[in-house]
Design a protein around this ligand. Structure first.
Ligand code: AMP
Length: 279
């Protein structure tokens, strides 16, 4: 496993693989790696000849009062994790390497970036799209892996790849959960044991909604989920939304496949989760 810190070195190594006809897989992460990330890495190991994991806590995607500084950075553990999973390259650039003061270009995915989480984190998806665009150009990835936990992010990247003609294929991976149902996240380490127990109720509420999907109209379904979430002590709800699975557009009773997505705060921790519902 090679650890690379500069853009030029990764580009050089990746280009060599490309010329050899190797299929390159990229797993973009912010580190504090867990089983969710592992599922993406394992999928790449299965599909690709070469697996690159990027570990970069991207300042562009954090708002001014968010957790950029306190975001976990267990570098040693992350490298061991990658080694254990037979990752070929870990790309760990500094902020200055990715975004020097001279940086002036940003990628915006109109409309999709402004709804759901975008309403509460205004510059977030612009930061995500910009860093992913750079990572794609640096890694020459044939396949790039994203988790469905960050469903809006996945749809925004799919749109960006279509609009800007990136050559990579976007591979979406199912949400990995703890036994309790809680979606695994690097931010779960912020939760106290009590908050964690409360957080595990979110998935149960979404699951019940998905069972009721066939019999209830969407606004009733949304309202029931909202009421149940509101009963969790100390919760603050950013949103509960039901949107079209395909492109996050408006969903109605004729939409066959929808996503029920939520973002909530438990204490100082923001959690997102979602469930696919089909009829
Ligand atoms: P992050 O490090 O949080 O930016 O996540 C990096 C990638 O891992 C993103 O594509 C996430 O959607 C994905 N990911 C994070 N948690 C999970 C999970 N519990 N299940 C599946 N994918 C996940």
């Amino acid at each position: 496993m090679k650890v690379i810190k500069t853009i030029s070195k990764l580009q050089k190594a990746a280009f060599k693989h490309l010329k050899n006809g190797d299929e390159i897989g990229l797993v973009p992460t912010m580190g504090a790696l867990h089983q969710g990330h592992e599922s993406l890495i394992l999928k790449s190991k299965k599909n690709d000849d070469v697996t690159i994991v990027s570990i970069f806590v991207n300042p562009l995607q954090f708002g001014p009062n968010e957790d950029y500084l306190k975001y976990p950075r267990p570098i040693k553990k992350d490298l061991q994790f990658c080694k254990k999973n037979h990752v070929d390259y870990v790309f760990m650039p500094t902020v200055n390497e990715m975004f020097p003061n001279s940086h002036k270009t940003f990628v915006e995915v109109r409309d999709l970036q402004d709804i759901m989480c975008g309403k509460f984190r205004p510059a977030h998806f612009r930061g995500v799209a910009t860093v992913v665009a750079k990572l794609l150009n640096i890694s020459y990835a044939c396949n790039t892996y994203f988790g469905m936990k960050d469903f809006q992010q996945l749809k925004i990247i799919e749109q960006m790849v279509r609009d800007l003609n990136f050559k990579t294929k976007i591979v979406s991976c199912p949400i990995v959960r703890e036994k309790s149902g809680l979606a695994i996240s690097s931010r779960n380490t912020y939760l106290s044991p009590q908050e964690k127990e409360m957080a595990s109720k979110i998935h149960k509420i979404l699951k019940k909604a998905s069972i009721d999907f066939k019999n209830k109209n969407l606004s009733a379904l949304k309202q029931t989920a909202l009421n149940k979430l509101n009963k969790i002590p100390k919760i603050k709800i950013d949103y509960v939304d039901i949107v079209n699975f395909k492109d996050l557009s408006f969903a109605d009773k004729n939409t066959k496949k929808v996503i029920l997505a939520v973002a909530v705060w438990l204490g100082k921790t923001r959690l997102i989760d979602n469930i696919i519902m089909t009829r």
